[in-house]
Write a protein that binds this ligand. Structure first.
Ligand SMILES: C[S@@+](CC[C@H](N)C(=O)[O-])C[C@H]1O[C@@H](n2cnc3c(N)ncnc32)[C@H](O)[C@@H]1O
Length: 207
């Protein structure tokens, strides 16, 4: 699968503004979601944080007793992550082509990970990521709406392109791939604008 040019430009923004992005979200992490996620995982399991950015969630996940592995395409974001987590596995790779064996993980954490992918690729990328999961929880959050890599001027990142989905679409994404016990919530954006909504889903894969 080719990476869309708008996805590349968005990743370049995370690369360039990694420090400022990390600072903007440092105190606004989904702590309760991390706990709900960890309650479905087994202590000591490897958990994949795909699109981890500068890695604030990696630390939260680690603190619950799982072993997170962070993946992102933006090197700048991974360099920031490395400063926070000197010994954690961090991998620079595209979401659609990750260098892991099937069923390697006991949890899948996707916080805003699909925000810069074309909507038409979401199902394929989700299926590929799920194939890396053995059994365990799946967390997914995305902007709420229907836009498809629409241009946005972000106050921290500058010019980026974002995709969105409705809660019905996220629910269908989960259930059509066999994810069970799914809950889907709609929440205001904790960082930039509380009028902006996010869709947040949690479920689990049982094989
Ligand atoms: C909205 S940020 C989310 C970062 C972090 N998970 C969080 O919740 O704050 C999206 C992240 O996905 C990464 N990303 C976007 N497209 C990607 C792709 N095709 N492959 C790998 N990483 C990608 C970006 O570099 C960015 O760090």
């Amino acid at each position: 699968m080719e990476i869309d040019e708008r996805t590349r430009l968005s990743v370049a923004a995370y690369d360039e503004h990694a420090r400022a992005y990390q600072e903007s979200l440092r105190l606004r992490r989904p702590v309760a979601d991390v706990r709900r996620f960890a309650a479905f995982a087994r202590r000591g399991d490897l958990v994949l944080d795909a699109g981890c950015g500068p890695a604030n969630d990696l630390r939260l996940l680690r603190d619950t007793g799982v072993h997170p592995v962070g993946v992102d395409l933006a090197l700048g974001a991974l360099q920031e992550a490395r400063m926070l987590l000197p010994r954690h596995p961090l991998v620079q790779a595209p979401l659609n082509d990750l260098p892991f064996r099937p069923r390697s993980f006991g949890g899948l954490w996707l916080s805003g990970a699909f925000n810069h992918l074309p909507r038409g690729s979401w199902r394929e990328v989700f299926a590929a990521l799920l194939s890396l999961l053995d059994t365990g929880p799946v967390y997914f959050s995305c902007l709420r709406g229907v836009r498809d890599l629409a241009p946005v001027t972000d106050p921290v990142l500058g010019e980026i392109y974002t995709s969105e989905a409705t809660e019905q679409e996220v629910e269908a994404l989960f259930s059509s791939h066999g994810v069970e016990d799914v809950t889907v919530d709609v929440r205001p954006d904790p960082i930039l604008d509380r009028r902006r909504m996010w869709v947040v889903a949690l479920g689990r894969v049982v094989r």
